[in-house]
Write a protein that binds this ligand. Structure first.
Ligand SMILES: N[C@@H](CCC(=O)N[C@@H](CS)C(=O)NCC(=O)O)C(=O)O
Length: 394
């Protein structure tokens, strides 16, 4: 039996996992979560409706794009990896972690804005894509009702990522700046770090593929203003990419160097995302201080399957926190998963030689991102039974 990836084609995180599986030419099939096996067996086993979930040939279930990738990269299926996603040099590894985090979490504002704020152009497409979440036995009325429920939750989530009428023009301007920077980089390098995709490229595929390159409005924008970025998405989403040179090297940039064009993209990350993650860490630390007796291995909220700091899926209430973004105050939902991604960056750095650690610091310092190496919650985030929970008190 091949691997099975359960996730909707239009889903953000399923896209990251699918891109990885395709780039590695893993034998897998894509399965719609509307199928009965997903609803009756997989959701109860994983404990929440979430996608993607990968089922291994042995029947094990893996939720979370990082764990799916690590099943191959750092787990039992290493023999199936064609081109590793983890750079072996410390600077490249750190840079790749930064873009994994930024791609999946820091570009949610443009991804959700361009998906949910252009109904005239996008909605029929999205409705058709979402129908794959529902049982095929649904009548038209049932499918319409299910779509209305799903889309109203996603619109609520969109607001919790800081998207509103006031921020929309700035989100669009920032996204255009991002496209220009990325496009400039791609003029000389087929992937972020050279000749093949690494974690950072996969992280970027979360937002850049489905929402931003398949939905009609942003797809038109990318094709019109940054076609190279569109070609990168296409390269990342096929098994055999289009080669500019048949013998082109798949090696990463030599000597752990980071080109200026990538440094410029990192400066963008510092402006776009660092204030947000910093405010979220501060907010989580206040919350942890107010919950001193929280048992290790739990997340301290009524619904253990919820993903927001205070249990509201990060969609409202006191899970929202305020910070300064591009000269104005915005509010976004705090999700501990992001701290877990940041810990991965910090953990991989901690095992590097001191001189290498200094090199990483210098690169991140020069782009305004050094704080990412030191921002910590007072208790670590751990993943147990597919949920984010708090680790022991340190
Ligand atoms: N950290 C998870 C995130 C997965 C996730 O948030 N999936 C979302 C969007 S694609 C989902 O399934 N949402 C369904 C819902 O909330 O109903 C991963 O990387 O796999």
């Amino acid at each position: 039996m091949p691997y099975r990836l359960y996730g909707i084609p239009a889903g953000l995180y399923p896209g990251k996992a699918r891109s990885y599986l395709r780039q590695q030419a893993i034998d897998f099939i894509d399965v719609a979560p509307g199928c009965s096996h997903f609803r009756n067996h997989i959701v109860p086993a994983v404990g929440r409706w979430i996608n993607p979930i990968m089922e291994t040939p042995d029947g094990d279930l893996i939720q979370d794009t990082v764990d799916i990738i690590d099943h191959f990269e750092r787990g039992p299926a290493q023999h199936l990896v064609r081109c590793t996603a983890y750079p072996t040099t410390p600077v490249h590894l750190a840079v790749s972690h930064v873009f994994e985090m930024f791609g999946g979490e820091g570009l949610l504002r443009p991804a959700m804005h361009y998906r949910w704020n252009f109904d005239d152009e996008n909605l029929d497409f999205i409705r058709s894509e979402f129908s794959l979440c529902f049982p095929s036995s649904y009548s038209q009325e049932e499918a319409d009702e299910a779509f209305d429920n799903a889309s109203s939750r996603m619109r609520q989530a969109t607001r919790s990522f800081g998207v509103n009428a006031d921020t929309a023009p700035l989100i669009e301007a920032a996204f255009q700046e991002w496209l220009n920077l990325f496009s400039t980089h791609l003029a000389d390098h087929p992937y972020l770090l050279g000749g093949h995709a690494t974690l950072g490229d996969y992280g970027l595929m979360a937002t850049m593929w489905q929402h931003l390159f398949r939905d009609p409005v942003p797809q038109f924008l990318i094709k019109r203003t940054a076609p190279r970025v569109g070609r990168w998405v296409e390269r990342m989403s096929t098994i055999e990419p289009y080669h500019l040179e048949p013998e082109a090297s798949e090696d990463l940039i030599t000597d752990d160097n980071v080109p200026d064009t990538l440094l410029a993209m990192m400066r963008f990350v510092a402006e776009e995302y660092l204030p947000e993650i910093s405010a979220h860490v501060e907010r989580a630390n206040q919350w942890l201080a107010n919950h001193p007796n929280l048992e290790a291995g739990t997340n301290g909220v009524d619904d253990p399957a919820a993903r927001g700091l205070t249990g509201s899926l990060g969609l409202g209430g006191d899970a929202l926190t305020t910070f300064e973004w591009r000269g104005r105050k915005i509010e976004t939902g705090v999700m501990p998963y992001r701290f877990w991604l940041m810990q991965r960056l910090q953990d991989d750095l901690a095992i590097a030689e001191p001189a290498e650690q200094e090199k990483v610091r210098n690169v991140l310092r020069s782009t305004g991102l050094e704080a990412l190496l030191d921002l910590k919650t007072s208790r670590r985030v751990e993943r147990v039974n597919n949920l984010e929970v708090w680790g022991p008190t340190i």
